[in-house]
Design a protein around this ligand. Sequence first.
Ligand SMILES: [Zn+2]
Length: 347
Amino acid sequence: MSKDNITLPAPFDAHVHFRQENYGLQTAVVYHEQVFEYALAMPNTNPPILNCTDVSQYNQAILKYCKRLRPLLTIKLTPETTPQTIHDISIHSSFQCVAAKLYPEGVTTNSEGGFTRPMLMPLCKALCDVLDTMQEMKWVLCIHGEMPGEFCLDREKEFLYVLRDIAKLFPRLQIVLEHITTREAVEFVQLFKNVNATITLHHLMTTLDDVVGDKLNIHAFCKPIPKKPRDREYLIRAATSGDPKYFLGSDSAPHPLSFKQCGCAGCFTAPGLIQKLTELFVEWRAVNRLADFVSDFGRRCYSLPPASYRIELCKDEWTVPGNIGAFVPFLANQKMKWGIVQPPIRV
Ligand SMILES: [Zn+2]
């Protein structure tokens, strides 16, 4: 092994959209397969993952394309979800469903049927009953933290009031505020022991300027929308801080080009993801914190075992493809400085 190479415990992606068959599933899984030991699959497929049968079928669909990747499953919470749903899923051992995701109504892709503002402020009883059961069953609550009806740049900040209520009412519930984008969210996470946050590659790299500052860049368009340079600085500081509350959730979310051209939100960041993060952490003089961010801290939050293998990155110039089938990666046509040495190192 060259002395310049970097080895990392097998990464864990705490937030990925594998989509469904005929909508990128195989492509999405195959790209994750190359890097991640575990990945938490989001439930806002079409149709969504709502119950035990859905979880079981989705697990099978993902496993069809997996060799070593271990999918972790989630369900989408809706006003119809009951404590029984959580119990029913928990007794199954044929898949690992470890979290439920709360989507406010209409704030992102396939979030229809989520929770409306009146159901969140104050928290409705149906949701409280389910959160109580999740707390008892040691599930993780993942949240897309944007308040419906607010101005788009303020939605995350305004949602923090709801998050405060949940964190206070359920102090033993492990909560992950997903894909944070603002200084306010970075700071809020510090206030509660049970609140953590995922950070994406694209929010570490972009501001609103990269989306709409010049020509509209549909491939950088995502929810929550990237914010100001100062917010991005806070995200970089959080990701490189060595604080276990912040860890990688890529939110890699492929849409076929024709859907992106129609305005669908989501960045397909998987191709080049770890390679670019390595480059950035080197640039920020924080490469000693990279393993924590991409593997160890997320595993700790989700009570996963230590990595069973390590991946090795080497200095290797290559270019991310302009397209992969119908999908255009976030880093399309960009030169990467780091490559992955295959096969992985067993530990
Ligand atoms: Zn997402």
